[in-house]
Design a protein around this ligand. Sequence first.
Ligand code: MN
Length: 257
Amino acid sequence: MVRGRKSTGEDRSDRLSEYESKRNFEKTPEPGPRQRRSRTGRRFVIQKHRASQLHYDLRLEVNGVLKSWAVPKGPSLNPKDKRLAMAVEDHPLDYAGFEGVIPEGEYGGGTVMLWDQGTYIPDDDTGDVAKGVEKGELKFSLNGKKLKGSWVLVRTRGRQWLLIKHKDAYASDESVTETQARSVLSDRTLAEIASDEGGDVAKAATGDPVEAAPPRRTPKVSRTAKRRSSTASPSRSRKASSGARQRGGGRHAPGRS
Ligand code: MN
């Protein structure tokens, strides 16, 4: 029987019981709990997860488990953005290295990419991260490959939190989930991970941004000529849509499939 409410007095196995009860380790390649602490004790990862909905799982190591939040739109480097972050069950530390395919029909079925990893430091002087989680406000600095600088997670109600970038040297309006869409572990896209590991490639691909179109081979002069005669051209609609894609109109909207 899984206890839904958490209390500070629970030991590690209690805190991971929800994680274990949701998964059949005969069927999923996800790890069961083994490791008890990382070298630094302050590991962080973000896993991009194309499950029923695309989301990014932010995980911070706190007292031997990974506290976890599912962020539908992913992190934003822009301090004006408040990204919804739903608290989900604690995950074992072993999960921090996981990238692969969870079989369809299993809990969280779909492709998982290790999108960023590194360490974090609580900004609070006391360093008491568990207390911050309890209180519903956690300020921390990330030292990842993609994400750096200071962030805050603040609880609004229930399991709903907001993830917000603080203003600092790493704040920017770069759309980091689009510009740095590949795995920090393997440099693969979601579709490539699915393809390598027997997953649903078409589903996974909907979580990848459309790659920049290859350079046109057609010389410019002939483009002009084609445009002049395009009213009668049967290839007009095809050209129009490829033009839209080059302007960014073909980008996949995250979480919309
Ligand atoms: Mn997930």
